[in-house]
Design a protein around this ligand. Structure first.
Ligand code: SF4
Length: 372
């Protein structure tokens, strides 16, 4: 059955620092990383912004961005300045366009066709250097996959997938339109495709957020359909001398940052509620003691929760308290479990999941899980 393509009647409202979004639990600000490593000190600066909230944390999004919620509405100037002072908003004009996800272990392990880290930095720099590209929708996604197939399946608009140390596929909107070219020309073509998206959108009078919503082909002549590599998210635990750690509920806390700062200057944010910790393999015990997840069988990796009480006035329950209570008592299972405070089910996983709608207690949640 053909995939449904939504028609957009208005521009996207994806939140940024200059364009915060007002939600039920206050103002949301999202900070993009451009697919680059993030200094731990910058994360600490971001956390300072919400330090007076009852449960201070930085949320990790499904596109590897960093999000603060529950901020005052309207966003005070000093809060905006504090976020910018972290250094995580290097381009005021292009902050919404820096949606880049990249294979997070590229260059740190032996998998993949090449180390895409320099390519990602170059893509981000050249994206921000073109004033025209500041108009890209806040949901337009670039993926840079080193050939292992971990981010190639993330619903990209434009992707670069390395096929060897010197060649790549560049794709527009999916596997049906791909160009095989030398790796050295991949960024140029990727940015040309983004410009072509904007030009075509303008010509058609369209409000499309994504390439697949345009209803028109973009790019130079000669694309071919291809089959994308199908890898998966890196497992939590040691990867050579490095580590991938899961972040419970995708919420980075002060305890996490204090421990990370003991032995690394920066981390990579993945799109799967985890962090790559360079040199972290020898510190797994410390990372676990700080509340991070180092074992793929840990129930925390299956647990999701919306903001809930006290942050969201629409909620009937403290969803995170229920999730924390569940973490040590989850019945065996494989599906993700999402605890939500109302029928909106904010932050629910995109695939199949067990739906715990406003469970009054941990016991009630366990009863519901046992019925699945
Ligand atoms: S799902 Fe949760 S966060 Fe979203 S509106 Fe309902 S209670 Fe609030």
């Amino acid at each position: 059955m053909p995939r449904q393509v939504p028609s957009r009647e208005r521009p996207d409202a994806c939140p940024g620092v200059a364009r915060p979004f007002t939600a039920a639990d206050g103002t949301i600000v999202r900070v993009r990383t451009g697919g680059r490593p993030v200094p731990v000190t910058a994360l600490a600066g971001l956390l300072d912004v919400v330090a007076r909230q009852p449960d201070p944390h930085i949320q990790l999004t499904s596109r590897g961005a960093l999000q603060l919620r529950g901020l005052p509405d309207p966003l005070p100037d000093d809060v905006r300045s504090a976020i910018v002072a972290t250094g995580l908003v290097p381009s005021a004009s292009h902050e919404l366009a820096r949606n880049i996800v990249a294979s997070p272990l590229s260059g740190l392990d032996a998998e993949g066709s090449c180390d895409v880290r320099p390519l990602v930095a170059d893509l981000d720099d050249r994206l921000c250097a073109d004033p025209r590209l500041a108009a890209l929708p806040g949901r337009f996604l670039f993926a840079v996959d080193d050939g292992r197939g971990d981010v190639a399946g993330l619903g990209f608009d434009v992707a670069i997938v390395a096929t060897s140390a010197g060649s790549a596929l560049v794709l527009a909107g999916g596997p049906d339109r791909a160009w095989q070219i030398p790796l050295g020309r991949a960024i140029e073509l990727a940015l040309d495709l983004a410009r072509d998206f904007l030009d075509t959108r303008e010509r058609l009078g369209s409000s499309a957020w994504h390439v697949r919503e345009l209803g028109a082909a973009i790019g130079p002549p000669g694309p071919v359909p291809t089959t994308l590599p199908t890898g998966s998210a890196p497992l939590v635990g040691a990867h050579g001398e490095h580590a991938v750690v899961g972040v419970p509920l995708g919420l980075v806390t002060a305890a996490h940052l204090v421990t990370l700062a003991e032995f690394t200057a920066e981390v990579l944010v993945t799109p799967w509620r985890s962090l790559v910790v360079p040199g972290g393999a020898r510190r797994l015990g410390r990372l676990e003691a700080a509340g991070l997840v180092i074992d793929e069988s840990d129930p925390w990796l299956r647990l999701h929760a919306c903001t809930g009480l006290p942050g969201c006035a629409k909620s009937a329950v403290d969803t995170r308290a229920v999730a924390r209570g569940l973490a040590g008592r989850m019945p065996l299972g494989s599906l993700p479990v999402h605890v939500s405070g109302c029928e909106r089910r904010c932050g629910a996983p995109s695939g199949p999941y067990v739906d715990l709608l406003a469970p009054r207690s941990v016991e009630r949640a366990i009863d519901l899980l046992n019925q699945v």
